[in-house]
Design a protein around this ligand. Structure first.
Ligand SMILES: Cc1cc2nc3c(=O)[nH]c(=O)nc-3n(C[C@H](O)[C@H](O)[C@H](O)COP(=O)(O)OP(=O)(O)OC[C@H]3O[C@@H](n4cnc5c(N)ncnc54)[C@H](O)[C@@H]3O)c2cc1C
Length: 405
């Protein structure tokens, strides 16, 4: 049986990031095997993130903006991000960059196959695949079952993202500024918004975001995009050059980072998604960098990527609003940005604020839906401390196997 230092299952954002950070750390623990069930990019998503300090993949970002806009029926605001930048990274660029980088190291092997089982033994993990059986000290896996999360969540919605990259016949976009969210699209008792990410004056990605439990029909995403482009952006002639599509689970579920002692979850599966916004990419970098550093320093790679109790509580309040009172959700997004400096908002969303700063931001939001959400949550089991405790108990019971069905 071939033995590796680490096996990484899932070569998406988190799996490739971890391999990249392990290579920069000098491959602590030895060689790595990367396994994915597919070897082609089926969906060229783009990932956006803001930062005021350099992040690992800034240099390959397709666009980096110093200005962002937010639009609501009747008013539009453009913000100068000051010390921050909003970067947009194309999934293909990221994959090509990381794969080229890893190609120079003899410590890296790749395998495209289906996983049959992952089982923790006394001092190693055995991964059985349709192309052979392998073992390693640790397995890092970004695989999760959505059904499992739905069953374990008290609050759950899907952030559905359908995007079109369009080319226009005439100059139609201001390439200096992107629209983070535009609520000028029918809401249909859900929270729905568009984002516009220009590449230049004639080309942009238009993304339709829907926060809802059930998926919409394909035509509904397309009709919404078409109407927005024609009636709101006033673009008559354009061609759709590429599409993107995907779903981010937004949930109060506590993602156990450790399954047993040697199977470590990363990415969405490891709790890297901010429950109230869906943003994950920067948190994935922070988490995978930390795992690589722990291994380099001779520690087991144990690091929790879930938000701490204070921010889990805010996320639950917001999720509850998005689920039960979607109209208020749009108002809260609007208040958040229009009544606070974007720098403060980003710091808050990055969970870097002090409690006093949180209170200032929260008091700037429409208080009624917020308070109502807090009251409805207070009596229920939705309490971050109880949930973390329950999840940890569950985690210990989950010991050594993993489900790849
Ligand atoms: C459309 C969309 C837009 C997003 N935009 C943003 C954004 O702007 N900013 C942001 O911060 N976050 C964004 N996210 C959220 C998050 O950053 C991404 O979903 C990110 O790709 C998550 O990384 P991951 O490694 O957890 O999962 P993925 O990148 O999805 O990687 C999982 C990998 O596992 C493989 N796999 C699945 N099942 C198996 C199996 N059984 N065996 C082997 N391999 C398997 C898949 O082929 C895939 O390569 C977005 C998500 C989506 C869907």
């Amino acid at each position: 049986m071939k033995t590796y230092g680490h096996i990484i299952i899932g070569c998406g954002a988190s799996g490739l990031s971890l391999a990249y950070h392990l290579s920069n750390a000098g491959f602590p623990g030895g060689s790595i095997l990367l396994i994915d069930k597919e070897n082609k990019i089926v969906n060229d998503n783009s990932w956006g993130y803001w930062s005021r300090s350099a992040q690992p993949f800034d240099s390959i970002a397709k666009r980096s903006f110093k200005k962002i806009g937010t639009n609501h029926p009747g008013h539009q605001i453009i913000y100068d991000l000051k010390r921050y930048k909003f970067h947009v990274l194309q999934r293909t660029d990221f994959e090509v960059f990381v794969k080229n980088h890893l190609a120079q190291f003899k410590e890296v092997d790749w395998l495209t196959t289906n996983i049959e089982s992952v089982k923790e033994e006394k001092d190693h993990v055995v991964v059985q695949t349709s192309k052979g059986t392998f073992q390693s000290d640790y397995v890092f896996s970004s695989i999760y079952s959505e059904q499992d999360i739905v069953e374990r969540s008290r609050l759950f919605i899907r952030q559905q993202i359908k995007g079109w990259i369009i080319q226009t016949a005439t100059n139609s976009f201001n390439p200096d500024s992107m629209t983070l969210f535009d609520f000028n699209t029918p809401q249909c008792n859900q929270m729905r918004y568009m984002s516009v990410i220009p590449e230049n004056e004639n080309r942009a990605t238009i993304k339709f975001n829907v926060f809802a439990e059930k998926l919409l029909e394909k035509e509904e995403y397309e009709n919404s995009l078409r109407n927005y482009i024609q009636h709101h952006l006033k673009i008559k002639e354009y061609t759709i050059e590429a599409e993107e599509w995907g779903v981010i689970p937004m949930t109060d579920h506590y993602f156990a980072t450790r399954h047993g002692n040697r199977i470590i979850k990363i990415g969405i599966a490891g709790g890297c998604t901010k429950a109230s916004s869906g943003y994950s990419f920067k948190r994935i970098q922070r988490h995978t960098q930390l795992l690589a550093q722990l291994l380099k320093d001779g520690w087991p790679p144990y690091a929790d990527a879930n938000s701490g109790p204070r921010f889990r509580f805010y996320d639950q309040v917001l999720l509850n609003i998005f689920i039960k009172n979607a109209g208020a959700g749009a108002k809260i997004f609007s208040d958040l940005f229009s009544r606070n400096e974007p720098e403060k908002v980003f710091k808050f969303l990055d969970e870097d604020t002090l409690l006093t700063e949180d209170l200032k931001i929260i008091s700037s939001l429409s208080s009624f839906p917020f308070l109502r959400s807090v009251v409805t949550l207070a009596g229920s089991e939705v309490n971050p401390l109880i949930m973390v405790k329950n999840a940890k108990n569950k985690d210990n019971n989950e010991k050594s196997t993993d489900n790849y069905d």
